[in-house]
Design a protein around this ligand. Structure first.
Ligand code: NAD
Ligand code: TDX
Length: 359
């Protein structure tokens, strides 16, 4: 499906990946109209999206995807031709502390969106549903062998990954049962500008810059397959434009690093960019209690995406990390305001709510 000139409903477009996606998509597709349905939870970051707001082709609608009636009304008003579903509770540690919101947003929310799409989809006015998912649905790999493919059996470990697995199953069921046109991408760990600083990469960059301790779970040997956010965005465009309806595509960066290596690389880059001492940063590593159910290793074999979509990542881990560190250095005020709570007040003042979402 061609994205340009379409009415595109994006969910979670104020979050990390979604907000990067909105900004890049407005540039790449000069006729697309984007409607961003976002509840503006703690993880949302609508600041810095002035470029989108000035485009005349972007609207932010504050609403909860798990609120069925609100979704039905919105879909009837917007009449989207394409839905790109990013919205989720996304942090594994939070899902361990309190899974309820993950079940509500990730499962119930996906269900309500699918229902709203099913109600409007017809052969003459089709709606394509693209679902953004994660490699975590496949569980854990041994340290030194193998990679997930699209046919790997689901085996999620955390409430987060179990809720994402359930949402993937629902999306595929709506294709098989009701003929709703869908595609799914299951991507590895992203990093880049605008990521909420609870996740490993921005947390470590800010801690290094602020001369605070760097908390590493367990022994730091867990491996993730890292992908710069812009490369993920290219993969989503490719899956929507060139993917086959009903198919799933694994998206992986081919940059496997354990957490010690990630922190080492961040220390080197922060030291170079901010004129600091890498050894002094690394001396502040502290090894803390491991995450319960901590998956040892994730890696995606991206051959299907390469062969069918012609997609390959452009950034190396090193070049993507350098861009990320520079972005944080140039936008310190944004990160300071997120952590001070001043930014929550700014959201409350600037965005009115629609039905259904928590205060
Ligand atoms: P994020 O936590 O940064 O942003 C999530 C966004 O969803 C926020 O803007 C939030 O306000 C919104 N949201 C949450 N609950 C909502 C609700 N009930 N109704 C409407 N909006 C709601 O997440 P992210 O890291 O940008 O991830 C986006 C998607 O990509 C998620 O589906 C995630 O599972 C998937 N994913 C993320 C990664 C990663 O490394 N970050 C990797 C693979 C897949
Ligand atoms: O302080 C920390 N110390 C630490 O050692 C944090 C926050 C994390 N870690 C470890 C845990 C993981 O092995 O770093 C690794 C990465 O952790 P997260 O940034 O929490 O990411 P992860 O759990 O791998 O999940 C991420 O990638 C897949 C996203 O949060 C998910 O939304 C996505 O689906």
């Amino acid at each position: 499906m061609n994205i340009d000139s379409k009415r595109v409903l994006i969910t979670g477009g104020a979050g990390f990946i979604g907000s990067n996606f909105v900004l890049r998509t407005l540039e790449r597709y000069p006729h697309a109209k984007l409607y961003n349905v976002d509840k503006l939870t703690y993880a949302a970051n609508p600041r810095g999206m002035e470029r989108a707001e000035c485009s005349g082709r972007y609207q932010l609608i504050r609403a909860d995807i798990a609120h069925g009636e609100t979704m039905r009304t919105l879909f009837e008003r917007i009449e989207p031709e394409l839905i790109i579903h990013f919205a989720a509770e996304s942090h594994v540690d939070r899902s361990i502390l309190g899974p309820a919101e993950f079940i509500r947003t990730n499962i119930e929310g996906t269900f309500q969106l699918l229902e709203a799409a099913r109600a409007l989809h017809t052969a003459s006015k089709p709606i394509h549903f693209h679902h953004i998912s994660t490699d975590e649905v496949y569980g854990s790999l041994p340290l030194d062998e193998g990679a997930f493919t699209e046919s790997t059996a689901y085996d999620p470990s955390s409430p987060y990954s179990a809720s994402k697995a359930a949402s993937d199953h629902l999306v595929r069921a709506y294709y098989r049962t009701y003929g709703l046109p869908i595609t799914i991408t299951n991507c590895t760990n992203n990093y880049g500008p605008r990521q909420f600083p609870e996740k490993l990469v921005p947390l470590m960059i800010l801690s290094a810059l602020e001369e605070r301790s760097l908390p590493i779970y367990g022994e730091g040997k867990n491996v993730r397959d890292w992908l710069y956010v812009d490369d993920h965005i290219e993969a989503i465009w490719a899956a929507i434009e060139r993917g086959r309806v009903g198919e799933t595509y694994g998206i992986g960066g081919g940059e496997e690093k354990n957490n010690l290596e990630v922190v080492e690389c961040i220390a080197q880059i922060v030291a170079a960019e901010a004129d600091m001492d890498a050894e002094a940063i690394l001396a502040r590593r502290v090894f803390i209690r491991d995450r319960p159910g901590h998956d040892l290793r994730y890696a995606i074999d991206p051959q299907k995406a390469r062969d069918e979509l012609g997609w390959t990542p452009r950034e190396s881990f090193e070049s993507g990390m350098r861009k990320t560190v520079r972005y944080i250095l140039e936008n310190r005020a944004l990160y300071d305001s997120i952590r001070s709570g001043e930014y929550r007040q700014w959201i409350a003042k600037n965005y009115t709510k629609r039905g259904g979402e928590a205060a």
